[in-house]
Write a protein that binds this ligand. Structure first.
Ligand code: SAM
Length: 345
């Protein structure tokens, strides 16, 4: 793969800051490299639909990502679908690790995975240049977990993946858990202990209306306040300061100093005002918000022969149109046409 050439796409002579019309600086790009997944989590997929959107060549993702980086993106997270299913992943990570931000630093390179294939891939990913990993795991209890993923053996596979990632030095290791009332909200206290026992940062995520089916309702969301109160009763917490304004998780340490949890509360405590993100879907469309009603066809322009400068100018125009905020829970809220697995979480 002719990957090296893209690491030479220069930053613009006077690089414009990636700033949207609300003055937010955009420095974080999430890239889906497939919308295929080997899990059928009940809150995400119906299990009836497979991949719905085409995938680009690895060299095409690389060219597009390099353009964003030359404009000011400093953090890239690979996601999906399930990114570990994607052929060529290690080549992509190796090539991305060679890119430099406009400040001349290496990219902050992260990946989100369900962890099923991580046991054997953690070390190769680290060696390829990946910095950090987030593993999704929605229950500590194996039968509960496998009722959610609908894949037998998934609990043990993910646990092995988490341990392999920690051993490979893909740290700080984060474990994300989407909480749904009546499915896994009995796991909150177990996850608090898991964070300490496994030396991982467990982050609880409020369920958003981004599923393929029709499961979401305000009642199924387990709000931040309830999560904190329940953990406090068994293990006292202290709130920790945010490390950066655009941080999505509220951070809490355990009062005895051992371990940390986070809560990502897009529903009850929306953080759109500090949003620093863009998304690129597996078929090369820019999404300026998880809940965007419009997508911007960057790949289509690339296929039609646009130059790097033309593509950069297009990206800058798209960023100006980034939405102020999402409207979850408001009357007139419209679910986006793509669900989470097809956008890239
Ligand atoms: N397959 C990878 C994984 O499992 O992490 C990456 C893609 S997955 C869509 C990314 C994350 O989005 C997972 O942590 C998943 O639990 C979360 N997610 C999926 N649907 C969600 C929803 N409706 N609300 C909140 N988080 C969701």
């Amino acid at each position: 793969m002719a990957a090296a050439s893209f690491s030479e796409i220069p930053a613009l002579a006077s690089a414009p800051r990636l700033t949207d019309s609300y003055g937010r600086t955009i420095h974080d790009l999430r890239v889906s490299i497939t919308d295929r997944c080997n899990y059928k989590c009940v809150y995400c997929r119906t299990g009836e639909l497979g991949a719905q959107y085409p995938e680009l060549e690895i060299s095409e993702y690389l060219r597009l990502i390099a353009l964003f980086v030359s404009l000011g993106i400093a953090k890239v997270r690979l996601t999906g679908g399930e990114p570990l299913l994607r052929h060529g992943l290690l080549d992509l990570v190796r090539a991305l690790a060679r890119l430099r931000t406009i400040a001349g630093r290496p990219l902050d390179l992260a990946l989100t995975t369900n962890g099923h294939l991580l046991d054997s891939l953690a070390r190769p990913l680290k060696d390829a240049g990946l910095n950090r990993i987030t593993v999704s795991m929605d229950a500590v209890d194996a039968p509960t977990f496998e009722r959610i993923t609908r894949v037998p053996g998934s609990s043990q596979a993910v646990l092995s993946g988490i341990r392999a990632a920690r051993a490979a030095g893909l740290t700080p290791l984060k474990v994300n858990c989407v909480l749904l009332r009546g499915f896994n909200d009995d796991q909150i206290e177990s996850f608090a202990r898991f964070a300490r026992d496994e030396d991982v940062v467990v982050r609880f995520i409020e369920f958003m209306p981004l599923e393929e089916g029709r499961l979401w309702s305000p009642e199924i969301v387990v709000p931040l306040r309830e999560i904190v109160d329940r953990i406090q009763r068994v293990l006292p917490l202290v709130e920790l300061p945010a490390r950066e304004a655009s941080e999505t998780a509220r951070r809490y340490g355990f009062a005895d100093g051992r371990g940390e949890i986070g809560i990502i509360a897009p529903v009850t405590q929306a953080f759109c005002g500090a949003c620093s993100r863009l998304r690129l879907t597996s078929d090369g469309k820019i999404r300026t918000c998880l809940f965007s009603q419009v997508e911007h066809d960057l790949y289509g322009r690339m296929r039609a022969g646009s130059s790097d400068d033309e593509l950069r100018a297009y990206i800058l125009r798209v960023i100006e149109r980034k939405e102020a905020r999402h409207h979850i829970g408001e009357s007139g809220f419209l679910k986006p046409s793509r669900s989470m697995v097809h956008i890239g979480g």
